[in-house]
Design a protein around this ligand. Sequence first.
Ligand code: PHE
Length: 344
Amino acid sequence: MKDKMIESLDEIKSTGLKDIEGVKTLDELEKLRVKFLGKKGKLTAVLRDMGKLSGEDRPVIGQTANEIRNSLEMEINSAKDSLGQKMKEMKMKEEDIDVTISKEELILGHRHPLLHTLEELEDLFISMGFSVVVGPEIETVENNFDALNSPENHPSRDLSDTFYINDDILLRTHTSPVQIRAMKELGAPLRIVSAGRTFRFDDVDDTHSPMFHQLEGLVVDENISMANLIHTLDIFIKELFGSDMKTRYRPHHFPFTEPSAEVDVSCLSCRGKGCELCNGTGWSMELLGCGVVHPKVLEHCGIDSEKYSGFAFGMGIDRITMVKYGIDNIRLLFENDNRFLNQF
Ligand code: PHE
């Protein structure tokens, strides 16, 4: 009996130590503790037969059992310590932040030169008491042509000049239909600017693109004349390009204004002296179209043309941006090439 018990106890010790050595988690370790040393564990099971031993064998077995319990307990405790340490190290590694690593450089973008010009123009007109309004890029033929007194046979209405969606709807060819919307909705008096995309059936070259940008202005009030138009635009040009800038109003024709003019300003490069860029003329050509609003246009929008008159102007934002920054190719504005855009 005694020998058999010793054998069982030895067996418990050797398997116990081996199992403890192989343990990977604290959970597993606790299960082993219960399996070997718990109330219903292997060691207790062996000791249950103590009663069957002789008086002199009992203390021997008791001592052996105690020694085994102690050594298993010691192993379990040291395994617990080293497992705990290991888990702590793993956790530290997972949560490790190396504050010395330099982070990826954050590249901040900036406004596109076109948007920059657009906002600068709007701000100038806001400072002169204008309000900013918006209109749709997809327009009615009525707003884009008819209401603007553009006759049926006007070349700009041609299929080869305009993107039609159907007989009545098109991509606006200029921002002037926003004049019509503003007059119909807000009536007189009125002082508005509106900027945005416009579309014409143009082939792309250095100065043309089928999509471009305009800014439109309209003032309607009592006693408005060409003099108010010239005064307003002169102030605007001087604010935008510098006080030494001169303007030149060349008679022109637009169906929706009478009289009409195109505006040239001093060449920005030589400031009027004459250089290669302006072919020696001293002028940057056709920066704006403008005129006194045709009475028919006012009447069409329900405004009394006996009481009210107005002036309107339209300018190419792309063209102004190119003149302002010395850009000689309009494509650069739309290609989104960072080597170009990063210069601004
Ligand atoms: N809409 C004209 C154009 O696109 C410009 C313009 C606007 C002319 C307002 C006169 C008055 O050419």
